[in-house]
Design a protein around this ligand. Structure first.
Ligand code: GLN
Ligand code: ZN
Length: 762
């Protein structure tokens, strides 16, 4: 008998109920009981939904008020000392203090660090270890939820982050010291297992996505020892791996003393054969057949064929599941009433994915005739997606085929271009600029909303936006910046703005996915070949340029960033989609140049986050990603200056790829590290210009001139003065004008001081 199960379900609720309840609670509008009531409702709705789809083992413990990694840390009693005084352990107030750095008493604390969960856009709170870290089973959240689920009469399968991945993700000590903690950590996990056994739990899922990474041998040993130690006769362990394949860890993972193993066959279908070669018949094999990371409807016929193929070689017990937790997809497609009706037939969100599982099981148990209608709908979706004119654009295809090598590079090397640019753009030493956006005020937001709802005419909208641009230009004149921007008032979001003007994208109404805590994003869906019906930005930039003699930068989002922040096609390589985006943006770059724009910035804020989980796959990614950037930028004259901007700071391991992009100027985030990050560029002898961010825009604090001068001097010790630009870390849209004005004033003043000093030296 085939069983179906789920690894985790979105926890904010179909209408983001949890988000709104959390925000009300944080504002003090509702009490903990009211928050818990909303949470309990979401949990039971999710459980019932899964039960109604026949899910045999329903995950519990996948719900969280903020983050499940934090929940795990709390369960293990890993609560840094600074959270010991004040609100009591175990209280909600203390929990949110760790997550958000704010307590109900209004005091500020240093929150736990947040970082991305593997290669997803979900952010977790990093466990923080301290010297002589002790572990102690703390709180009863997991156990209480198990009981709640059991009370509804369902089979609970508790889900918990496995000990080794938890430890791997923790910070505060080196790897060796961390591994010394394993023994005492496992003692608590063993206690948890026993406790669950007492509650009548038969199966539990321990997530060890660590197994899909390049694993140092000590960590492999740690896994082996952990699962020997946790072997428990009362609770069976399903070891869950996802986001990639086991590769060289395959035979090792198959031999671990656990009762079951889950593998991701969406990200890594190639691992099926090696797993079958190694998998013992007495264990449960869980096949991740439904895509938990993307929004496409499954090809059920193909999934059934995979199961049939497995059954020929494997006689043991089979379970079917999504590839990973459904946390990474929106909740319910049925809410989408505004989407193209054909496109809708290609999609499946979390709820629909559960139904797919149910259909698969029915087909396997009662024969395909029992689900003839569902299979036919799936076939039809596959067929229509393969042939639909909505997806396939002959013009885009033929352009793709005619990309030549010289389209991927500028006409001349950087030194030549630099001369030409100096002639056409007389700029002082240490030119000052900003990253693109200026404060997005209430007025601006309202304007865009009114326009979207057709409450104002296009002409009125244009005029209102132009007056916003005028304001930005005047402010920049007063500040005395050297290179201006138009302020990006017309953009709600740096990806959505372009996606909405390109063919090949759809936007959902409710396709929210949790990013962290109560925060959600609504990624665009790239479903078809990309094309650009008309120019997107020149009118705004030209208008801005008409108001000033200073150069105004044209401002675009790069192809890799658009790709990495969208749901992408599953019928073509990401590299190809990136190239299609690049072609559309290349036309935009050339239109800007035609319109007389001398500096064009192509933001690649998310280039780094697309890096594959395994090192061995990095180079291939970097090659096509930087290629897409060069295809975007490569069509301009030497005199046109191409900038790029990146919102992060770890460059050491990818600096050659950054150099490969060959942007004339790159602006990066560095202020928080005291320019130390520039070392990567020094060691590499990075040839082009760099604008290391001189102040942190995430903080409302106004940087002092002296502080900026000091940072610039540190930068100057590392990089030639004539390579240096002066700019903030990132765009200013989240700040107010009251913060931005004095900050930029000080920045401009700091640049002036450096100029005077370097003249004196000469
Ligand atoms: N040009 C964009 C802005 O200034 C860049 C944003 C980003 O890097 N995230 O808002
Ligand atoms: Zn940025």
């Amino acid at each position: 008998m085939i069983k179906i199960h789920n690894l985790g379900f979105p926890r904010l609720g179909p209408n983001r109920e949890l988000k709104f309840a959390l925000e009300r609670y944080w504002r003090g509008d509702i009490d903990p009981q009211a928050l818990e009531a909303v949470a309990a409702q979401i949990r039971s709705d999710n459980w019932r939904l899964q039960a109604n789809n026949g899910i045999d083992y329903i995950p519990v413990g996948d719900f969280s008020l903020y983050d499940t990694v934090l929940d795990t840390s709390v369960l293990l009693g890993v609560i840094p000392e600074r959270f010991e005084a004040g609100p009591a352990r175990g209280t909600l107030s203390n929990y949110f203090r760790m997550a958000r750095g704010q307590a109900q008493d209004g005091k500020q604390y240093r929150a736990l660090e947040m970082t991305k969960w593997f290669d997803t856009n979900y952010h977790f709170l990093v466990p923080e270890l301290q010297p002589r870290q002790k572990f102690k089973l703390t709180g009863d959240k997991l156990f209480r939820e198990v009981e709640q689920l059991q009370a509804l009469g369902f089979q609970a399968k508790p889900v918990l982050l496995g000990p080794v991945t938890w430890l791997w993700l923790a910070k505060g000590m080196g790897a060796d010291d961390k591994l010394m903690l394993l023994e005492s950590l496992l003692a608590v996990y063993a206690q948890i297992l026993n406790h669950l056994a007492d509650l009548g739990v038969h199966w539990m899922q321990l997530d060890e996505p660590l197994l899909v990474l390049d694993l140092p041998v000590e960590w492999k040993n740690a896994i082996e020892m952990s699962y020997h130690r946790l072997h428990n006769n009362r609770v069976k362990i399903l070891l869950a791996t996802y986001f990639g394949g086991l590769a060289e860890n395959t035979s090792f993972a198959c031999k671990l003393p656990v009762a079951g193993l889950h593998i991701d066959l969406i990200r890594a279908p190639e691992q099926l054969t090696p797993v079958l070669d190694n998998f013992p018949a007495h264990k449960v094999l869980s096949l991740g057949l439904i895509d938990g990371r993307n929004i496409w409807r499954s090809d059920l016929r193909q999934a059934l064929a995979t199961v049939a193929q497995v059954q020929q070689r494997f006689q043991g017990e089979l379970w079917l599941a999504p590839s990973c937790s459904l946390l990474h997809v929106p909740v319910d497609l049925d809410k989408e009433t505004g989407l193209d009706p054909t496109v809708i037939t290609w999609l499946a969100f979390a709820r629909q994915k559960l139904t797919e599982l149910k259909v698969l099981r029915l087909a396997l148990e009662e024969g395909e005739a029992a689900v003839a209608q569902e299979l036919q709908a799936s076939d039809e979706a596959v067929r229509s997606k393969r042939t639909s004119p909505l997806i396939h654009n002959a013009a885009t295809q033929s352009r793709l085929n005619s990309i030549t090598a010289d389209m991927l590079q500028r006409q001349n090397p950087y030194e030549r271009r630099k001369k030409r640019q100096q002639e056409s753009l007389p700029l002082p030493l240490f030119p000052t600029t900003t990253i693109g956006s200026f404060p997005q005020t209430q007025d601006i937001r309202k304007l865009r909303q009114d326009y979207k709802k057709s409450l104002i005419t296009p002409a009125d909208y244009t005029e209102a936006m132009q007056s916003q641009i005028r304001y930005c230009i005047e402010e920049q004149e007063k500040l005395g910046l050297d290179v201006f921007v138009h302020g990006e008032a017309e953009r709600n979001d740096m990806v959505e703005y372009f996606g909405e003007q390109l063919q090949g994208f759809v936007f959902t109404g409710y396709g929210w996915v949790q990013s962290y805590g109560s925060r959600c994003v609504k990624p665009p869906i790239i479903y078809g070949d990309i094309s650009r019906p008309k120019a997107m930005t020149p009118a705004w930039i030209s208008y801005a340029q008409s108001l000033t003699d200073k150069p105004v930068k044209g401002m675009l989002t790069g192809p890799v960033t658009i790709l990495n922040w969208s749901f992408v096609r599953n019928d073509q390589d990401r590299a190809v989609t990136a190239r299609q985006l690049a072609l559309a943006l290349r036309d935009e770059v050339q239109d800007l140049e035609q319109a007389g724009v001398k500096i064009i910035q192509i933001d690649e804020a998310a280039l780094r986050e697309g890096l594959p989980l395994r090192r061995s796959a990095w180079q291939a990614y970097l090659d096509w990603a930087t290629g897409a950037f060069r295809l975007t930028a490569g069509g301009v004259n030497d005199a046109t200056q191409i900038h790029t901007h990146m919102c992060y700071s770890e460059f050491n391991d990818i600096v050659d790829a950054i150099a490969d992009m060959d942007a004339d100027v790159i602006t990066i985030e560095t202020s928080r590290s005291n320019m130390e990050l520039l070392e990567a560029f020094v060691d590499f002898h990075y040839p082009n210009d760099i604008g290391p961010g001189v102040y942190d825009i995430h903080s409302p604090n106004i940087p002092e001139t002296g502080q900026i001068v000091a940072l610039l001097k540190q930068a100057k010790d590392r990089i030639n003065a004539d390579q240096l630009w002066v700019n903030p870390d990132c765009g200013l849209k989240t700040r107010t004008w009251q913060e931005v004005r004095p900050a930029l004033q000080n920045m401009v003043q700091a640049a002036a001081i450096l100029r005077t000093e370097s003249m004196a030296v000469k």
